[in-house]
Design a protein around this ligand. Structure first.
Ligand code: GDP
Ligand code: IMO
Ligand code: MG
Length: 422
């Protein structure tokens, strides 16, 4: 059997959590493979709204195993908050959630280092989520990290040594901090974490596949935030792309089945960094207002702009996307016309190839399409779609050469339409 991967094709917040929840009934296991609590995945059903950070979005559809994979970085303090909030709304996770021993721990000092590095960068700051993601992955790669499995062997000493090392680094920065309260919270998180089942997830996942189970791998962030292929250095610190599912779970490439590439019918970004189709005008404001474009974790206003097909085509290529999922098209319901970026002008030369650097001198080339001027939020089937909406879908499919299998017309689980594509 296969691991299907669902991942963001833009700068994150495409609506991954919503669609993972919708697709979960087709799978035995749902698993996160990279990132950490920098993610904020929103789900809405039965009048309730949930925001998940480290917990996979498959936990609401009963009877499924959910796994936090080895490629994830986990903050026990935030994990505890997340789990307790879910428990308060009657969602018990202990029987449904398992955690890889190889997942790395975000230490309290990783969060401090994230803040210290950002403030030292001044104007050039990345605009991180402040969750310690970069420093934790840095320690992983430089072979200094602590893993969930370390909680089972001589943890105190390993923890103390890591904290001392971090304090030494922090002493070189002009950065004041009070470690005690965050450390206390972190230790309480460790106690909570210890109640969960720690597993050798690569064995569990491959055994499940051998037993005939299908698995859904839930991406976090988006392709344009990938450490290798995103808009470096304004990226996150993990491989958000499909290949990240292989390293972040321990599955071989031939085990990957469908790759669901998810995108908004327009485009957003939080934090600093280039964004060729950004609209710093009334239309951008309108997209933010209609799309409620404020960060699920940080509450920061998201920057908004038109859909960027050049970047999307690149993301489709890097990930080997087999099916597209278009989100939030309802946000465009009342627009007279909608623009789509079909090429970049780089130093006066037009190209459809995503360039090495989009930081400077990239000018989007647009085509204008007719808006559908129809309330899409109550639609149940593609038979009801207005002509202009179908034309928008066809235009994107023609450009990207991949079918749009699912469209989402509102935040609720029910506002999801499956299209008849193979
Ligand atoms: P994720 O990080 O990719 O899971 O996405 P986020 O949860 O950060 O952001 C997506 C936001 O859009 C959430 O507030 C969702 O509730 C909302 N959303 C998802 N799909 C739709 C849709 O089709 N229409 C509208 N209007 N909102 C949506
Ligand atoms: P989901 O999974 C949107 C952005 C941050 C910043 C950059 C680096 O909800 O789509 P980090 O804290 O990872 O070091 O920040 O990446 N970023 C996200 N933007 N959605 C996310 O996750 C993000 N996770 C990180 O804003 O620009
Ligand atoms: Mg999000």
């Amino acid at each position: 059997m296969k691991v299907d991967v669902l991942l963001g094709l833009q700068w994150g917040d495409e609506g991954k959590g919503k669609v993972v929840d919708v697709l979960t009934p087709n799978y035995a296991v749902v698993t996160r493979f990279q990132g950490g609590p920098n993610a904020g995945h929103t789900l809405e059903f039965e009048g309730q709204k949930y925001v998940l950070r480290s917990v996979p979005s498959g936990i609401f559809q009963g009877g499924k195993t959910n796994i936090i994979g080895n490629g994830v970085v986990l903050d026990p303090a935030l994990f505890r908050q997340e789990v307790e909030a879910l428990e308060a709304s009657d969602h018990d996770l202990q029987s449904r959630l398992q955690i890889s021993r190889k997942a790395h721990l975000i230490l309290p000092t990783h969060r401090l280092l994230d803040a210290a590095y950002e403030s030292a960068k001044g104007k050039a700051k990345i605009g991180t989520t402040g969750k310690g993601i970069g420093p934790t992955y840095t320690d992983k790669i430089s072979r200094n990290g602590l893993r969930v499995g370390d909680l089972e062997h001589d943890f105190e000493n390993k923890y103390k040594a890591a904290i001392e090392r971090h304090k030494e680094i922090l002493s070189h920065y002009n950065f004041e901090y009070d470690l005690e309260p965050i450390e206390k919270e972190w230790m309480a998180g460790i106690e909570k974490l210890r109640k969960f089942k720690f597993i050798d997830s690569e064995h569990v996942i491959n055994r499940k596949l051998a037993e005939g189970c299908n698995i859904l791998a839930e991406g976090a962030q988006g392709t344009m935030l990938d450490i290798d292929f995103g808009s470096y250095p304004f990226v996150t610190s993990s491989n958000t792309i499909c290949a990240g599912a292989c390293t972040g779970l321990g599955v071989a490439p031939h085990r990957i089945g469908d790759v669901f590439g998810i995108f908004k019918a327009y485009c957003t970004r939080v934090g600093s960094g280039p964004f060729p189709t950004e609209l710093n005008d009334a239309t951008g404001e309108e997209l933010r207002r209609l799309g409620h474009e404020f960060g699920a974790v940080t509450g920061r206003p998201r920057r908004c702009g038109w859909i960027d097909l050049v970047a999307l085509k690149y993301a489709v290529m890097i990930n080997g996307v087999s099916k597209l999922i278009m989100m939030k098209s309802d946000v465009l319901d009342q627009f007279e016309t909608i623009k789509a970026c079909v090429a970049y002008k780089v130093n006066g030369v037009e190209t459809e190839d995503f360039p090495f650097d989009i930081n400077e001198g990239v000018e989007p080339v647009y085509v204008e399409l007719d808006g559908w001027k129809t309330d899409m939020t109550r639609m149940k089937s593609e038979n009801e779609f207005p002509e202009e909406y179908n034309a928008y879908i066809s235009f994107i499919e023609d450009y990207l050469k991949v079918p749009i299998a699912i469209v989402s017309v509102g935040p609720d689980r029910e506002q999801t339409i499956m299209r008849g594509v193979e």
